[in-house]
Write a protein that binds this ligand. Sequence first.
Ligand code: ZN
Length: 242
Amino acid sequence: MRYQRQIQFAGLGEEGQAKLGRARVVQAGCGGLGSTLAQCMVRAGVGKLTIIDQDTADITNLHRQFLFDEADVRKKARKAVAAAEKLKNADSGVEVVGIATELSSSNADRLLSGHDLVLDGTDNMETRYIINDWCVKNNIPWIYGGVVGATGVTMVVLPGKGPCLRCLHPETETDESAASVEALGIINTVPAFIALLQATEAMKLLINSPDLILDLRITDLWSGDYQRISVKQDPQCLCCGG
Ligand SMILES: [Zn+2]
């Protein structure tokens, strides 16, 4: 009964729901993007969701990080742990694991192994390159998401079948986007919107839907501009090229 309305949707169906139920998803980061990603994955009925985030809830998070509230800020709750606790109440049939640590190149193998999909809920390029390189090496798909101001981007990375993050941004970038959120601010609709795009592609990917979108999508919610760009795999790419 729980998933009945979702199963009724033609793109998903009984078979799709069964596939979701067997899926193991890990998300790096549980902030603005991650709050919505985690909600969507658990409520859609994936088999397992692992949430990795080392941060504690902060008052400046609350306007856009919909999983957390003032009590979490007072308790200085670890976001990964608090998120897992809340989401267990949303669907006790989903295995939700919160890991309060920072994803790094040295622990990526241990933390990401055993999952079918990696979701990007991070706020910095350094961690995205770690995710990208690990996923390409291990042939695991991941879904890039980035937000600042009123703008967001997302792209599905399907190793061997399309471009990777380094095809798109060849140079290692500094912690630009995190600095930008502090400098330029962010409105709360943007991370929610981009996370919804990511979560939709996640569902398609996990059920092997032919409707999966591999294009880069860039959205400015304030101006209302939407772009969908086909990115080519770079044969010279340091990560996925020959
Ligand atoms: Zn590449």
